[in-house]
Design a protein around this ligand. Sequence first.
Ligand code: SF4
Ligand code: SF4
Length: 378
Amino acid sequence: MNKTTAAVAITRCATYSKEDLTASLKLILDEGGMMDVTDKTILLKPNLLSDAPPEKAITTRGEVVEVLIRLLYERGAKKIYAGDSPGIHTNHFIPKHSGIYDAVVNSGAQWIHFSDETVMKKIPYTYGRKLPLPAIIDEVDYVFSVAKMKTHQLMYITGSVKNLFGLVPGLHKSGSHLRYPTRESFSRLICGLYKVNRPQFSIIDGIISMEGAGPANGVPRYTGLLLGGREAPSVDTAMSVIMGVDPLTVPLLETLHKKNLTDFDRLEDIPFPLLSPSDLVIEDYKRIDQDRQTNLFNALIGPFFTRKFKFNHQKKEPRPIFIDDSCIGCGRCITICPGKALSFSSDRKISADYKKCIRCYCCHEVCPADAIEIEQRE
Ligand code: SF4
Ligand code: SF4
């Protein structure tokens, strides 16, 4: 049976000005086939890895969120919520530095704390694992993933589907890294999250994206693009092509495909009514060095045996290195580390026990001082 393949709209957007964003987002919503939102309630899930200033390109830009909210209200939406739950911040944090909170309230939407009311959901593909997810996802008519185009040390790239991991409140995310430490097992977890909560529309902010050591310590790069469509895996596939990464070498995209969670078989099946990603490939984009270790051993390692068997394999993965001169001693890396591999030494330097380190790179993601580097392999 032929699948009906949803379109992915890609357009240039020169700046984060209201005028440019309004024109480009209208195109994305129309050509990406956005559903009728009249009288609908909507949850926006921006990528708010940490409440970093917008110029660092760690978060979805507030301007994108604000213009999107205004457009959705113009099109008849009844009520719009926005929220995220970064691992390191407290339950009731307000994302002031990133500008996202102001963007949300200035445009008439409501900021929501994901940890306030949660429901336990069984996550497919995880051997029965249950995770708390914000109750609001069952209350709204539509969820929009509003992600950022970035590299990602563990997943190689992060876009619309990986953005859903932020639905898991706070430090519950760290526990998930511990149970699913390989790229393959973590991809299965994210696929499960996607299956229980498929966003009805996905938008990626690729105006200023992040290359290099993403998702938190990379370098902002002007790429001048917005992407959007009904099917998050298709939107991420297009983004991957633009970043110069073969989508089927990205474990998450590969797993989505294997689990029949994509609505296309080949890139050629996806309609691109505006720009085609093949014409937008950024050859010199600074990508994450890929480890093609996908094999039967990795694929079969489940949560039961991971701690025991994983370490030999993980020793080959790049490890986080702690730069004493840059460290401000905030302790965020220690708090978030799922392997309990980090501690302060007596002179308050970070001490790492690499036998416990599962190479999840959460420490690297949350460090506010660029004091953690990922060791490059020879
Ligand atoms: S030290 Fe960093 S990479 Fe290693 S387990 Fe802890 S958070 Fe993950
Ligand atoms: S390495 Fe980074 S996150 Fe860890 S204590 Fe130092 S500044 Fe904080």
